[in-house]
Design a protein around this ligand. Structure first.
Ligand code: CIR
Length: 254
C-alpha cells in the first residue's frame, strides 16, 4: 500500500519563496480546491492519506516533498535551502518516524527534496541554489551503503531538478532538455515535454498510475502517444507558488 503524506495549503502562501516567477496574487480558495482534488486523486489511486496539520505561519508548507527523501530503507530529512522552510521539518519527521528509520542532512549541508530524483537504484541530485555540495555529499553517504548510485546533475533555468525531469515509469523519464541535459540519463527511455510547455516535466508516478497537470495538454498527448494514460489534475493556482505535482506529497510504500 502507498501512503501519501500531504498538508493543506497555508493561509500565508502569498508570502511563499519565489525564484523564477513573478509574484502574483494566489487565490487561496482556488488553491484549496485544487489541493483537495489532488488529494482525492491520490485516494482514488489507492493511496492511504496522512494529512499533516495546516501551518498558518509557514507559507510553503504545502510542498511537503522538499522536507524528506524516502526510500524503502530509510527516510532522510532534508535541510531546505530556503531558511524560511526549515520549520516545516519537525511535523514531517514525526509522521515519517512511524514508518522508517530517520537520518538527517546537517549544516552546512542544504538540500531540497525537489532536487532529488530517485529512479530505481539511481539517485540524481540537482545542483541548484537550494542544494549545495555538502548536502549532496551527505545524501550520498546516507544512500550509497544501501546500494544507491548517487549522481550530481547540473540544472539551469528552473527551481529544482524535478522541475526539469521526473520518472513516469520504472524505465522512462519525462524531461525538459532546456533545463537539464538528457545525456545524464543514459539507460532510461526519455519523453520530452512539448517546447511550448516548459514547466510540464513534473509528473507524479503513483504505483503504475501517472498524474499530470491539466495545464500541459500537449505534453500529455506526447505521453499518450508513448502508451501512458495520464490522469489530469488542475494545479495552476499552486504553480503560482512555484510548486508542481510531486511537491505536494511524500509517497512511501508501507
Ligand atoms: C519554494 O520556493 O520553496 C516554494 N515556493 C516552491 C517549492 C516547490 N517544491 C518543489 O518543487 N519540490
Amino acid at each position: 500500500m502507498i501512503l501519501a503524506i500531504t498538508r493543506p495549503v497555508s493561509p500565508s502562501i502569498d508570502r511563499c519563496e519565489l525564484s523564477h516567477l513573478e509574484r502574483v496574487p494566489i487565490d487561496r480558495a482556488r488553491a484549496d480546491v485544487q489541493h483537495a482534488a489532488y488529494v482525492a486523486c491520490l485516494e482514488d489511486l489507492g493511496c492511504r492519506i496522512e494529512r499533516l496539520a495546516r501551518e498558518p505561519e509557514l507559507p510553503d508548507s504545502v510542498f511537503v516533498e522538499d522536507c524528506a527523501v524516502v526510500v524503502n530503507e530509510l527516510a532522510l530529512l532534508m535541510r531546505p535551502g530556503a531558511e524560511s522552510r526549515r520549520a516545516e521539518l519537525p511535523s514531517v519527521a514525526a509522521a515519517l518516524a512511524s514508518y522508517r528509520e530517520l537520518a538527517r542532512i546537517e549544516a552546512p549541508g542544504t538540500i531540497d527534496g525537489g532536487d532529488v530524483l530517485v529512479a530505481g537504484r539511481h539517485v540524481y541530485v540537482g545542483a541548484t541554489a537550494r542544494t549545495n555540495r555538502a548536502g549532496y555529499e551527505q545524501l550520498e553517504s546516507a544512500l550509497a551503503p544501501h546500494g544507491y548510485e548517487v549522481q550530481s546533475v547540473a540544472v539551469r533555468g528552473c527551481l529544482h531538478l524535478k522541475s526539469a525531469v521526473t520518472a513516469v515509469s520504472a524505465d522512462t523519464l519525462l524531461i525538459n532538455p532546456e533545463f537539464v541535459s538528457p545525456d545524464v540519463f543514459a539507460g532510461f527511455e526519455l519523453v520530452e515535454v512539448d517546447p511550448r510547455e516548459p514547466a510540464a516535466a513534473n509528473a507524479l508516478c503513483v504505483g503504475d498510475a501517472l498524474v499530470v497537470a491539466a495545464a500541459y495538454p500537449e505534453t500529455a498527448t506526447r505521453l499518450e502517444e508513448r502508451g501512458f494514460a495520464p490522469r489530469r489534475v488542475e494545479a495552476d493556482e499552486l504553480a503560482k507558488a512555484e510548486g508542481a505535482l510531486t511537491c505536494c506529497s511524500l509517497l512511501l510504500t508501507v
